[in-house]
Write a protein that binds this ligand. Structure first.
Ligand code: SGN
Ligand code: CA
Length: 522
């Protein structure tokens, strides 16, 4: 750890010279003591709202993440602009939709010379840092300190790039990332300045590798298959062509870790090869713990000789168990950070936000992964605790392009006019809110790719969702009030003409608002 601290101090020495105006001061209590508001922005990769007990208690308890909601708010209608990692992060940093910020799919490289909220906060006198997953290819800009995983990063003994230098760190990614964040809060930053820390975990991204201390959890749990697990995708052409099915595409060796020592289990050759290499950078102790757990599961799996629906059910359990073990570690580490803030008296002047880069399928429609404008992946968890703010549920429809303007307003920075999102700070303060938009706009671009989800865009209102798979000119329409699982595409059905026209008009308005005229349907 010493090495990191030294580097940080060196960096601070340079950056502080350019310190700008003081941030907005917030008043605390009767005596009107003025304290600047810090921002702690925690994000996990692929963390479904279904596996946060503040949202849903079906699968797991997450007492620490829930502490944020218990002392703050739970957004019940929170959406992303493009349900995939790099694009979602770019939307958050810029407050703009993907076409405008230039990062449309995971093969893009972020143009770090553009305006981002960390840069604007820095100009306002904030100390800024990003620690953990970054996934934007180019080096971070606008941060006093950055310590990021390479690409997706590894679960075990991951290599980071710390302010430009590669450093491999022993341990489990979620623990190590938290250690780095606490270290920066404690020793790395200038305590006289407000901070904005982006603490971004790689967990629980595929392949859901748990920490060694969590292997025994959920071993006896049996999770019921979701009602839509055997969805036949009738009336939904794009869904018929996807490759994210637990039954067909989730790999026994790679995803579900059945890399038996005598190599009698085989799966898709490339994935099997990856699966058998997955443990190569574990240390002997980690490997021993890993084998002690998975070898037993492998033997049972072999003995059972499963096929058909029994095999599907086994895959689902195995997936859920590992995913939830990874979440347990995330929750524990969120607890460490909250405890730290409490101990240091930082709770009273820190906005804490917890979110994910998108939602994730826990077997709904038979799937894992994300990408679709369908609810499980379009939605994302969003919890926020603002000192002096309101508590409870916020049903307003918010989107990840709204985070940047929210942070800026909180810091007293005038929100630039080219930002697409709207600050939801009024909602956190219990005030009226008008985001100035006709609905929530969505646009996904990554096709062709691994999970074969066709490019699509659309609009969601409180009740309806209109989707256009524009390369095939296929439309879908859902009435979410009567069909919450989106099984019945009512586009073109009798009686739907008026609402379809209304939604199409809204879609065009949004496309003009966000500079996406080139995608307006002819
Ligand atoms: C990897 C995963 C995919 C996943 C993408 C995007 N495959 O390519 O399953 O959809 O990341 O995820 S893996 O074999 O490498 O795990 S994202 O959240 O980073 O956008
Ligand atoms: Ca993700």
């Amino acid at each position: 750890m010493m090495e990191i601290i030294d580097k940080t101090k060196k960096l601070l020495g340079v950056s502080l010279a350019g310190a700008a105006a003081l941030p907005l001061l917030v008043s605390c209590g009767e005596e009107k003591e003025q304290k600047p508001m810090n921002i702690l922005f925690i994000m996990c990769d692929d963390h479904s709202y279904q596996t946060i007990s503040a949202y849903d208690t079906t699968f797991i308890r997450t007492p620490n993440i829930d502490r944020i909601a218990a002392d703050g708010v739970r957004f019940t209608n929170s959406f992303v602009a493009n349900s995939i990692s790099g694009p979602s992060r770019a939307c958050m940093l810029t407050g703009k939709h993907s076409l405008a910020n230039g990062f449309t799919d995971n093969s893009s490289s972020f143009d770090g010379s553009q305006q981002t909220f960390p840069k604007l906060l820095q100009q306002q006198g904030y100390e800024t840092a990003v620690i953990g997953k970054w996934h934007l290819t180019s080096e971070p800009t606008g941060f006093n300190h950055w310590d990021i995983l390479i690409g997706q990063g590894d679960y075990y003994n991951p290599t980071f790039i710390c302010n430009g230098e590669k450093v491999q760190r022993e341990g489990y990614a979620t623990n190590v990332t938290t250690d780095l964040a606490l270290d920066w809060l404690d020793n790395g930053r200038d305590a006289n300045k407000p901070f904005c820390l982006l603490l971004h975990h790689k967990a629980p991204h595929r392949t859901w590798m748990p920490d060694t201390c969590d292997f025994d959890l959920f071993a006896d749990s049996n999770f019921p298959l979701p009602d839509t697990f055997y969805d036949n995708y009738e009336g939904r052409l794009a869904a018929q062509g996807q490759k994210m099915s637990i039954s067909k595409d989730m790999d026994i060796v790679y995803d579900l870790k059945m890399a038996d020592k005598d190599s009698t289990i085989h799966s898709r050759p490339d994935l099997e090869a990856w699966g058998r290499r997955m443990y190569s950078n574990m240390n002997p102790e980690q490997k021993r713990a890993w084998d002690a757990h998975y070898d037993v599961v492998i033997e049972k799996f072999k003995a059972a000789g499963l096929s058909g629906e029994a095999l599907d059910a086994w895959k689902y359990q195995q997936y859920m168990r590992d995913y939830l073990r990874v979440i347990t570690s995330v929750d524990r580490n969120v607890g460490r950070v909250l405890d730290y803030l409490e101990e240091k008296g930082l709770m009273e002047n820190t906005l804490i936000v917890y979110t994910s880069d998108q939602g994730f399928y826990m077997g709904e429609h038979g799937w894992f992964d994300k990408r679709w404008m369908y609810e499980e992946s379009f939605r994302t968890p969003l919890l926020a605790r603002l000192p002096g703010g309101v508590k409870g549920d916020i049903p307003a429809m918010v989107q990840n392009i709204d985070y940047a303007p929210t942070f800026l307003e909180l810091a007293g920075v005038e929100v630039p006019g080219d930002i697409h999102g709207a600050s939801f700070l009024p909602l956190l303060r219990g005030e009226e809110w008008n985001p100035g938009r006709e609905g929530i706009y969505y646009h996904y671009y990554e096709y062709p790719d691994e999970h074969a989800v066709k490019r699509h865009l659309g609009v969601r209102t409180e009740r309806y969702k209109l989707i256009h798979f524009y390369e095939d000119n296929v439309w879908e329409l859902y009435d979410l009030e009567n069909d919450k699982n989106e099984l019945c595409n009512i586009y073109g059905k009798e009686g739907m003409e008026e609402i379809t026209e209304t939604l199409k008009a809204k879609l065009v308005t949004l496309q003009k608002q966000y500079g996406e005229e080139q995608f307006i349907a002819k």
